[in-house]
Design a protein around this ligand. Sequence first.
Ligand code: ATP
Length: 307
Amino acid sequence: EKSGIVILGIFAADTAYQAKRLPHIGETLMGSGFTLGPGGKGSNQAIAAAKAGGKVTFISRVGNDPFGAMALSAYAEAGVKANVMKMDGVSSGAAFIFVDEVSGDNAIIVAPGAAGLIGIEDVDANRAEIESAAIFMTQLEQPLEAAIHGLSIAKRAGATTIFNPAPARTIPDSIYALCDFIVPNEVEAAELVGHAIETDEQAGAAARTLVDRGARAVIITLGARGAYYHAGGQSEFVPAFRAGNVVDTTGAGDAFLGGFATAISEGYAPIEAIRFGCATAAIAVTRPGTAPAMPSRSEIDALLRSS
Ligand code: ATP
């Protein structure tokens, strides 16, 4: 009997600096704020899924440094099983995030460090766990060949595969047949299909294109509007929830995916799992930060009951 969720992805410590503007080369600028927290799409998704009640294993790499220690303590706290290689001589992943103190807009540099060295050997080392999992989920922040290898092993073993093609980039067509669910946001979907996604018609056309390429089901997340589902010739729009004042939408996609994966692992039908993911994200956006903003199962269930 298959059970649990295995997630492959990167950890990066999010170091966010608030200032009036970006400094010029050679200039030093005084900022107005700083926050530090665990980040990386795969890492955020693992924490979101575990807090939502999923049984989660996270495959990654970190450095033998304070950021790596921060990652491991975040996994311990959230109840994520960390199959995370601790490497000497290379730093943990880290993200420099400039936040415009007036507009809230950001500019980001991600240095993946140890997580950039993830390869097919990390997947092979976890083969038995992937083969016994109900769900395998990955993204595109670590090298592409590792994602493809993980999806292939999971698919062959009969696990349900969830692929979040983020950040946006082009991918080989062979990957689609490995996806039970491919879950891009609007920007990533536009990159995959080569046209803008600004209307419902365009979202529908993009979803049909991805199914034609071989994906079993497509979910395009549409920010504050919700999510668009397409599979087997059927389409459905699932509206977003409102759980309070929106303070920080960073990591909304990761919250959605973590909640969605947990619900699918428990046997929810796709539309119900999308509602569960939307509820998870709706709560996360009412709180600052990414991983620390992920809600508990009781909070998600309460929002679903009240809506
Ligand atoms: P990010 O890059 O900010 O982590 P994303 O672009 O990957 O997010 P989005 O499509 O913005 O992902 O959001 C994912 C899901 O989160 C949406 O489908 C929706 O359910 C929920 N969501 C996003 N923004 C809001 C919001 N302002 N209010 C309620 N729910 C939201």
